[in-house]
Ligand binder design. Structure first.
Ligand SMILES: C[S@@+](CC[C@H](N)C(=O)[O-])C[C@H]1O[C@@H](n2cnc3c(N)ncnc32)[C@H](O)[C@@H]1O
Length: 319
């Protein structure tokens, strides 16, 4: 399993920003009426748009085949948001911390003031960034309110759909925008990158980490009919049926460049899938990774296989 990481400088934004600023002023109604809820541990603290129905839909999680899913813009994201998935996301965060040798980011950040984490999930990354940069304001957005109530006071979570045409923030607003593991979330991830470029300050940075879902094998011993390999092919097929591709990691560098970013760098990390490595550290990481995959099998399969491949729950769960 490869993790691709794109860290990008946006040194050449000045001229483009003046164009963007004028188009924002023309379309500034969006910032007043947009469907965004900001909340803290005490519940929603401010919101725009159709407040009551929006607030309800955010907290009503539709159930399907034993899993629960986000209520806001229901159906858009096909992986669950229940406690099992929350635990899996938190352990995935620990796995990546080890894989990245403790780094939460690789961009050369210098005193960032405004940080955005798109699709923040359980918000662990945003919370740690809030601790590391106490002078910064860190925003995490997601479709699901699954972030913990107690967070540093400079961290705020928003319910917001990143695929909306306009984001409810001005252009040239953020110093740093981060995405992690949003494979399968969007019909067009390049659009998210393009919008991020628009909302970054001149000289700002964007960085994203994505997993390639194709398993690779160092010594050529992986048989083509290995069930895990076969399963990832079905995941891929379902994602393509839904028009929300999983295999985006290998295309991100190009999308960053097309959006106008300069100094685009890509780092590729190998994440062991299981504990078969000889090296003790890789073996331990492989064990954590295997447990995470096993915890994710149901989560990754249930909605995509039933909705897009028309499998039954029983067919998915057959031992
Ligand atoms: C696999 S999780 C990754 C979470 C987090 N970035 C991490 O690394 O732990 C993907 C997250 O993206 C969120 N998401 C999916 N589609 C989204 C959208 N259109 N706008 C905002 N968040 C979205 C999901 O609700 C989910 O919490």
């Amino acid at each position: 399993m490869d993790i691709t990481l794109n860290s990008v400088a946006a040194h050449d934004l000045h001229r483009r920003m003046s164009d963007h600023r004028s188009s924002f002023e023309c379309g500034s109604n969006r910032s007043v009426t947009g469907d965004t809820i900001c909340y803290s541990g005490e519940g929603p603290i401010s919101y725009d748009g159709d407040t009551q129905s929006l607030t309800n839909s955010v907290y009503e999680f539709p159930k399907e085949n034993g899993r629960s899913y986000h209520g806001y813009r229901a159906g858009a994201y096909r992986f669950p948001n229940d406690l099992n998935e929350i635990d899996r996301l938190d352990s995935q965060f620990e796995i990546l911390r080890i894989l990245f040798q403790g780094h939460n980011y690789f961009a050369p950040l210098a005193n960032p003031q405004k940080i955005l984490d798109i699709g923040t999930g359980t918000g662990q990354w945003a919370i740690e960034m809030g601790d590391e940069f106490p002078d910064a304001e860190v925003q995490g957005t997601d479709l699901s309110p699954i972030q913990p109530p107690l967070v540093p006071e400079n961290v705020h979570f928003f319910i917001d759909d990143a695929s909306d045409d306009d984001w409810v923030v001005p252009p040239a607003h953020f110093d740093y925008i981060h995405t992690r593991l949003l494979l399968g979330a969007f019909t067009d991830f390049s659009e998210i990158i393009r919008k991020a470029f628009f909302h970054l300050k001149p000289g700002g940075w964007m960085e994203g980490q994505e997993a390639m879902t194709t398993p690779y094998c160092d010594d050529g011993t992986m048989p083509p009919d290995w069930p895990f390999f076969e399963w990832t092919s079905y995941c891929d097929k379902a994602a393509m049926e839904a028009g929300r591709p999983l295999r985006i990691a290998n295309r991100m560098k190009k999308w960053y460049e097309q959006a106008g970013f300069v100094d685009v760098q890509e780092k590729i990390f190998k994440l062991p899938l299981n504990p078969w490595a000889n090296d003790p550290e890789e073996r331990s990481l492989g064990k954590m990774s295997e447990e995470n995959w096993l915890a994710g099998l149901n989560a990754f399969s249930m909605a995509p296989f039933t909705r897009d491949l028309e499998w039954t729950k029983e067919e998915i769960e057959v031992p």
